[in-house]
Structures are given as C-alpha cells and as structure tokens.
Design a protein around this ligand. Structure first.
Ligand code: ADP
Ligand code: MG
Length: 250
C-alpha cells in the first residue's frame, strides 16, 4: 500500500485567518480502499475532504492523486491541470447540493456536458444507467423539490458518478436525513464499495464504518489521531481522545 497509494497527503496545513484547521495532516489511501473518517464536529473533517476536491486551497503540504500532484508544498499548478485531477474525484455533500431549477436528469447531465468529455448520446445513456443503479429510473423528469432526502442523496451520488470518478468523497451523506431514509443511501454506498470504488466517507454512522470501512481514521482538532481497522479502532482504541469520543458516540 505504501507505494501504490491512489491518494497521498503529506503535511497538509490549512488555516482560515488565524484559525488553524488542519495541522500537518498526512495519510495514504490505497486503490479500492474504503476509509471512514470520524471525529468531533469542528475537527476539520470537511475541510480535509474539501481540500482533496480543491474546494479549498491548502496553505502547505502536498496532495497526490494517482501520479499527479494537485498541490506540491503548498503550490498549485496552473492551467487545466487542477480540473483534470479533480475530475477524477466525485464528491457528495451532507445537503445534496442539487441544482433546484434542473430536473434530476439535467442535474446528472450538466457537468459532463460542460466538460465535453462524452457525446450527448453517451451522456444520456450513462445518466439512465446510473439512475437505475441508484433505484431512481422513474425520477429523471422530476425536480429535486419533489424528492425525499434519501432520493435526493441518491441523485447526488449518481451525479457524482457521471464523470466516472476513480475516487468518491462523501461528507456526512446521511446526516441531513430522517433515520428511516439513511438505509437506502448507505445501501448505494455499500454497493459502490463492493464494486471496488476508492472511498473516503466522513460519517457519524458508526455501524456503516464498522461494516463497510477497511479502515477508520479518527480526527480531532485538525489532526489525525489514530487509524486502524474497524476492529482495532472501535475495539481497542489507543489514544485517550479516541476513547473519549467513542464513549460519547457508541
Ligand atoms: P468538521 O467537518 O470536522 O465539523 P470543518 O472542517 O467543517 O470541521 O471545520 C473545522 C473548523 O474550521 C471549524 O472551526 C470551522 O468553524 C472552521 N471553518 C470551516 N470552514 C471555514 C471557512 N470557510 N471560514 C472560516 N472558518 C471555517
Ligand atoms: Mg463537516
């Protein structure tokens, strides 16, 4: 895993003004690995994911995706390089972030049409098959406001898959959902994991982390405190902060 990591983050630092949100964060993710990131609110989990997807720019450190560096020692490449790298990742947010004025199908087709990566026909058929994959084949012409939260999040996942990403980043994908709707979203994520998608999932769903993740990373105060298999992290956490957190959430 050390040599073939698909994501390698080295000494990543990020501040908002004087607030140091990520302090020297380093980790590697292997291809097809499913990593759950857990930790208290405000610990920097979203900022970490957003930095990977270049929704935030870090102040220092390096992020390598495959063989390409999104940022090297705090310096970003110019030109189309960044888009090319970030298009290899799909991101799903807590609040879905669907375009409300577009139908479900148009939500899926927008980015690939803008990127001109596929023909119109390919885009249409890809959208159809992804809607089917998430169990929403009959919702293509519906607007997001007419969907349940669970359906919206499944649309968001299908939309993120349209660009054929190698990596999927999930930021608390079920936190905004009524409990009875989380299952249908977790089911789609479980299927992606089974299909060998590389995934980083920030989540409060400890049962999902336990069942689906290959590795669980615990983050607190802008640092990764420890990581291990679900058995290791949940069964015998090493750090006091991890123990205290797990005592509160389990
Ligand atoms: P988490 O996802 O673990 O709850 P976040 O990454 O969202 O944590 O936030 C970490 C810290 O950074 C928090 O203190 C938050 O208030 C702060 N923060 C996040 N985004 C911004 C921003 N755009 N501007 C200023 N502060 C921010
Ligand atoms: Mg967050």
């Amino acid at each position: 895993m050390t040599n073939n990591a698909i994501i390698e983050v080295t000494n990543m630092r990020k501040s908002f003004g004087k607030l140091e949100v990520l302090k020297d964060v380093s980790f590697r993710i292997a291809p097809s690995e499913v990593v759950a990131v857990i930790g208290p609110s405000g610990s920097g989990k979203s900022t970490m994911l957003r930095s990977l997807a270049h929704l935030e720019e870090v102040n220092g450190g390096s992020i390598r995706i495959g063989n390409e560096e999104l940022v090297h020692n705090g310096v970003y490449p110019s030109g189309g390089k960044i888009k090319e790298i970030t298009s290899r990742m799909g991101m799903v947010f807590q609040h879905f972030n669907l375009f409300p004025h577009l139908t479900v199908r148009a939500n899926l087709e927008l980015a690939p049409k803008l990127m001109k990566k596929y023909s119109a026909e390919e885009i249409r058929s890809k959208a159809s098959s992804l809607l089917e994959k998430v169990g929403l084949q009959d919702k293509g012409d519906v607007y997001p406001s007419n969907l349940s939260g669970g359906q919206k999040q499944r649309v968001a996942i299908a939309r993120a898959l349209m660009m054929s990403p190698e990596i999927m980043l999930f930021d608390e994908p079920t936190s905004a959902l009524d409990p009875e709707l989380t299952g249908e979203v977790l089911q789609v994520m479980r299927q992606l994991a089974d299909e060998q998608m590389t995934m980083i999932v920030v989540t409060h769903e400890m049962s999902f982390a336990r069942e689906v993740a290959d590795r669980v990373m615990f983050m607190a105060d802008g640092e990764f405190i420890e990581s291990g298999t679900p058995e290791q992290l949940f069964g015998s956490p090493q750090h006091e902060r991890t123990k205290a957190f797990l005592n509160r959430v389990l």
